[in-house]
Write a protein that binds this ligand. Structure first.
Ligand code: UD1
Length: 364
């Protein structure tokens, strides 16, 4: 059975790593990695393949940046040619980025089966490009691999066949546990942030890159004002996404010197920092889940989340994007600090194993 495993943007790489590793344990599977090239800077892309210990992609489509339509179209054209040449039995897409949408449409029109890993999540906010990607991908997929109960409910409400929905757990957490173990055998001395972490001891870890937060001057200034105030008490480590760096210049955003800006970090170094932070502040989807799995307090700089389990069971709290609401959420979360860790069902590091068992037990 020949499967093409799709990755394009940074959050995809950690999701495909455990799926690829697990595929290697099945002789009957030939699993090839396709990199669409949606992300291309060394630290946004290649560094992750080395860090996550997965081989270089078998195919690289070189799509690059552009408007949504231009980027999606480039990926579709490249992927269609590849599918015609490679004739896979199955295309596996993960998450909700433009590459997920583009490759699922191409495969489906060529009558190739599509498996969506992380299916069914919904923010119900159609101003987010990711929500459109999630909905379109789920409207045509054959296998729905779901991370949390809300995903099952959403898919059933949308009329999906019950036997195509599989609650398997979370491949992001498979990767997290795998990488955390690797990090334990390593004291982190090789990281450029090793000294900084030792010096500061108590710090907040911040990531920020959503277009709704950083592409709008008013919202970005509002968030920055709150962060500057928080940084007066506790230093903030801030690996900045390329989009965010561009927008900081454009909108002349001034951050306190207590906010330590660094280039994007690879997975292990990022984990090395956030796992011991007193708080994570983020607008990323993945970090909401990962902080939940390790019991690290998390303040999400968004109005909504497609991952409600991180709030119901985990350590996450929604802060919105206004200065006052962020400061309120910060205060609430910082006071509670770490609580007892309750890890959501099936976030046990074995989601990839379940995914392959289901695929291989079904007819092709
Ligand atoms: C994409 C995903 C988002 C995900 C994020 C993680 C979509 C719609 N969005 O958003 O869900 O959370 O990746 O990073 O798919 N750029 C570089 N170097 C790179 C990549 C991007 O400089 O390697 C710059 C480009 O100027 C580009 C901008 O960042 O225009 C945004 O990149 P893009 O891939 O369009 O979206 P992200 O914001 O990264």
């Amino acid at each position: 059975m020949k499967a093409l495993l799709i990755a394009g943007a940074r959050p995809n790489f950690m999701k495909i790593a455990p799926i690829f590793r697990e595929a290697l344990t099945h002789d009957e599977v030939e699993c090839r990695i396709v990199h669409t090239g949606q992300h291309y800077d060394y630290e946004m892309s290649q560094a992750f393949f080395e860090d996550l210990e997965i081989p270089k992609p078998d195919f690289f489509l070189g799509a690059g940046s552009g408007t949504h339509a231009a980027q999606t179209a480039k990926i579709m054209i490249g992927f269609e040619q590849l599918c015609e040449k490679e004739k896979p039995d199955l295309v596996i897409v993960v998450g909700d980025v433009n590459s997920t949408l583009a490759c699922s449409i191409v495969a489906k029109k060529l009558l190739i089966k599509v498996a969506h890993v992380e299916a069914g999540l919904r923010s119900f906010d159609l101003t987010m490009p990711e929500e459109i990607n999630r909905m379109v991908t789920d409207s045509i997929s054959d296998y729905f691999f779901v991370t949390e109960e809300s995903g099952m409910k959403n898919l059933l409400k949308e009329g999906k066949q019950e036997d195509s929905i599989h609650f398997v757990g979370n491949v992001m957490i498979d990767n997290l546990f795998f990488q955390k173990k690797k990090l334990e055998s390593d004291n982190g001395k090789r990281f450029s942030t090793f000294r900084l972490k030792q010096e500061k001891r108590e710090y907040i870890f911040l990531t920020l890159h959503r277009p709704s937060n950083v592409d709008c001057s008013t919202t970005f200034h509002e968030i920055a004002t709150a962060l500057n105030q928080i940084a007066e008490r506790t230093p903030i480590f801030f690996p900045a996404h390329p989009r965010t760096q561009k927008m900081m210049k454009k909108f002349n955003i001034r951050l306190s010197k207590n906010i330590i800006i660094m280039p994007p970090l690879c997975f292990k170094e990022s984990l090395f920092l956030w796992k011991d932070a007193i708080l994570v502040m983020t607008d990323s989807g993945g970090l909401q889940e990962e902080t939940t799995a390790l019991g690290v307090p998390c303040v999400t700089l968004r109005e909504n989340t497609e991952r409600p389990i991180t709030i119901e069971m985990g350590t996450n709290i929604l802060a919105g994007t206004k200065k006052e609401s962020i400061l309120r959420a910060y205060k609430e979360r910082i006071e509670k600090r770490r609580k007892n860790i309750v890890v959501p069902p099936k976030w046990d590091g074995r989601a990839s194993q379940r995914i392959w068992n289901i695929i291989l037990n079904s007819k092709f």
